[in-house]
Design a protein around this ligand. Structure first.
Ligand code: UDX
Length: 436
């Protein structure tokens, strides 16, 4: 099939590359010229494992094209995915101006039937506004459908998630739109992946409800972790015991510093706001947010409890990205932690395998904040090592070497990546989350 994707951000680019890889012909519209120039050379502006290779292969085989002209994109195909950004505004509400702009432009240039699909995360009933906008700005009375097809891609495993979805959700209002989706997703349904057909409003809600639920799971387990610390239980044992119950499941029950990233914080906030706009006080989710924020403060307090005085202490930080396998630092727990520690007069040495370039924009180097290219460099003469992101290379670190390099052998492990007994046997003073 021929497909157009508007917006080569995270979701758009993965969607475009994967659909092309499945044999479709894809036109991707990106208006930022610096991004476009990179994309045409098969270089992804974001770090996502496997994405560059997939782009290069499909560019070479002529299945993916890039343009900055929306007109070209609209003419190219009848199936148009809107994958533009929906950033959070001050009030927590999603800023939908880019979605509106895309809808207007599609309307201006369309000259035959179009299936216009929202893939960006949008508040429930946005499809009604998209429909109204296209109708208002279309030059003629051309038939079109608006549908919702939310994405559930995790950064770091987005290609895997796209190709192996737990479910595909499409919200449609016409038989024609339904049939196009059935054809588009046939390679998936042939393999047995479920295609759930709903109304557009249900599809829009599924996205926010799912992400908020997962965020709730994380805050829930983090509260249980606090209780574990008080009563001498191990949170991993508790989470395992809960997780074997199929109704609960073990996923997203890892206690630690809480959630960050471009989705959960934004989606939970937006969902609370959507509920509020509809006269519903979703207080449960407000508590989820509070608990998540408190994780960061707790670890800052813990470090001060351990060091007594932070001033002039050398603090090594391992991990800045909001989670492993990404260079994304949006809403990362590390931000609050680094910000607070840097104000205490401590000397920080930061290391992350991928996120340091992004981080430098936020926290430029200074006398008491340095970036290093190697995790062992970070711990040289450190009084404490704080682990914020659970990168594989930290899990596999040579802890004897770490100990020999540090001034004091103290580890605060915000992601429970080590076995407490083994670390303590090496002579470390070791603090983790929700474990005795
Ligand atoms: C998420 C959703 O999983 C995805 O379906 C959606 O479309 C986009 O948002 P992503 O933000 O890439 O994906 O990250 P995810 O792997 O879901 O993790 C989110 C945050 O939760 C991370 O900060 C992670 O560290 C944290 N987390 C996750 C925990 O603290 N504990 C867990 O058990 C799982």
């Amino acid at each position: 099939m021929k497909i157009t994707v508007i917006g080569a951000g995270y979701v758009g680019l993965v969607t475009a590359a994967c659909f092309a890889d499945l044999g479709n012909e894809v036109m991707c519209v990106e208006k930022v010229s610096s991004k476009l120039e990179k994309l045409c050379r098969g270089i992804s502006p974001i770090y996502e494992p496997g994405l560059d290779e997939m782009l290069q292969k499909n560019i070479k085989e002529g299945r993916i094209h890039f343009t900055d002209k929306i007109e070209e994109g609209v003419n190219f195909s009848d199936v148009i995915f809107i994958c533009v950004g929906t950033p959070q505004s001050e009030s927590g509400k999603a800023d939908l101006s880019q979605v509106e702009e895309a809808a207007r432009q599609i309307a201006t240039y369309m000259d035959r039937y179009k299936l216009i699909i929202e893939k960006s995360t949008v508040p429930v009933n946005t499809h009604k506004w998209v429909k109204k906008t296209v109708k208002r700005y279309a030059k003629n009375d051309i038939e079109f459908d608006v549908a919702s097809n939310p994405e559930f891609l995790r950064e770091g495993s987005a290609i895997y998630d796209f190709m192996n979805p737990d479910r595909i959700v499409v919200g449609v209002e016409s038989e024609k739109a339904k049939q196009i989706f059935q054809q588009l997703y046939k390679p998936f349904t042939d393999k047995g992946y479920p295609l759930l057909i709903t109304t557009p409003q249900a599809a829009e809600l599924i996205k926010h409800a799912s992400n908020s639920f997962l965020a709730m799971k994380i805050s829930y387990i983090n509260m249980v972790a606090d209780l574990c610390e008080k009563v001498g239980a191990d949170i991993n044992e508790v989470a395992d015991g809960m997780g074997y119950d199929k109704r609960i499941g073990r996923a997203f029950l890892n206690a630690g510093l809480g959630y960050g990233g471009s989705c959960f914080p934004k989606d939970v906030k937006a969902f609370v706001k959507i509920a509020e706009d509809n006269g519903i006080d979703f207080s449960l989710l407000k508590e989820v947010e509070k608990i998540n924020q408190r994780r960061r403060e707790k670890v800052i307090e813990l470090i001060e409890d351990i060091l007594w005085i932070n001033k002039d202490k050398n603090i090594a930080i391992w991990g800045l990205a909001f989670k492993p396998d990404t260079d994304d630092i949006r809403e990362a727990p590390s931000i609050d932690i680094v910000k607070s520690l840097s104000q205490t007069g401590a000397n920080l040495r930061l290391y992350d395998p991928k996120a340091m370039d992004n981080y430098k924009q936020l926290f430029p180097e200074s006398d008491n904040l340095k970036y290093v290219d190697d995790k062992y460099d970070a711990v040289k003469d450190a009084d404490i090592l704080v682990i914020i992101t659970e990168w594989k290379e930290f899990k596999e670190a040579d802890l004897s070497r770490v100990k020999s390099l540090m001034r004091l052998p103290i580890i605060v492990d915000g992601r429970n990546i080590y076995d407490p007994k083994s670390v303590r046997d090496l002579g470390f003073e070791y603090y983790s989350i929700g474990r005795p």
